[in-house]
Design a protein around this ligand. Sequence first.
Ligand code: PEP
Ligand code: CO
Length: 456
Amino acid sequence: MWHPDSWQALPLRQFPPYPDPDALAGATAELRRLPPLVTVNEIEQLQQQLADAAIGKRFLLQGGDCAESFSDCTSERITGKLKILLQMSLVLLHGLNVPIIRVGRIAGQYAKPRSDDSETRDGLTLPSYRGDLINAAAFSVEARTPNPQRLLTGYSLASLTLNYIRALTDSGFADLAEAEHWNLDFMADSPRAAEYQQIVEEVRRAFALLQSAGATPPRERSEFFTCHEALHLHYESALTRRADAHGMPGRWYNMSTHLPWVGMRTAALHGAHIEYLRGIANPVAVKVGPGMSAADLRALCERLNPGRIPGRLTLIHRFGAARINDHLPALIEAVRQEGQPVLWCCDPMHGNTQLTSSGLKTRRFDDILAELEQAFAVHRGLGSVLGGVHFELTGEAVTECTGGARGLAEHDLSRAYESLVDPRLNGEQALEMALAIVRLRQGRLSAVGSTSAQVW
Ligand code: PEP
Ligand code: CO
């Protein structure tokens, strides 16, 4: 029998030992008292939109930091992320001709799975940094000891972040008429600026034409959803609340985010994370990597979506450019045989991580693009739909991934490498990626949508 804490009886991966279990229990009890961050209506709306994306009538753009840090809860950083996602979605809308679902890895992306439980520097071994929700990155005993107070800080900062996003979108910041205010600093001298500005102009003209012809009026409010990895199950279950929806009484929703996902390291069929995910009413996503067999995936789909509800399950595949062709086809076939209406989304970041000679984690722009290109081709070849993309990106001018129009090289990386975990595309590389996705798809999409005022 499922309940929000039934996962407690199952093996829990990626959970560090808290030195004071009573303090952890106290923090989660406090979280349970606090109000939710998102609403059931928003969650349900997203699920319907994801169902459309699964059949090619919309397209999912998911992106943000690998790990948000508490110190990034500032006006500038939040607007920066919003701006780059809006710019990308404008490019995708124009090029793919379907409405874009914007989902930020934001307002709660604070917990990280790690390959190693500990880290050793100069003979000193300490617990790994696991994201600001759990411990701090500084290399000291105090910083690295899991601290339950961080759950409450994370909740508060997620709520401040979401509040600001809502304030911005409510006041029209994400509306097309505001597109000129989305430009980030890199636009001033970007090799891609002219191409982007032309798209902005064309979309504006199309909307103006529709409006002057009296067609569908523009949306009052542009939508923006949130997602994060549902890793810290004490946090997630404390924010799981019962609500009535669709005439169904008392369904449990994770109300800390619209779209919780489970990462590759915690996607074990009989593990705690899948147990938690199976019982909530949100749309959910699972990362799928090279270790997942067709049989595993079938069983996973059955567990998470026995009712085969469209929009309920998103599979985010992340194989790496060198492996996708070998692994993806069998999984697409398996899911199809099950009659599962999943939304397929490609994360071309996590299978393409490399270490530089100086030990920095990086990713090559061309590898990311190559995985995307193959993903589109494999899906198309099998009559399947790749309905979304998932990126680690930031609006800031960081130097974490190599390549792109400015040709960032390995020796450039140290200039502005900020990420404490995985390398992100900077604003310019992210926009360029959106332009490239359109090129990959141009001429190959059926006309399932139109650039009407309604799609924004
Ligand atoms: C992530 O999305 O940051 C992540 C850890 O991904 P994965 O589970 O695919 O490795
Ligand atoms: Co990552």
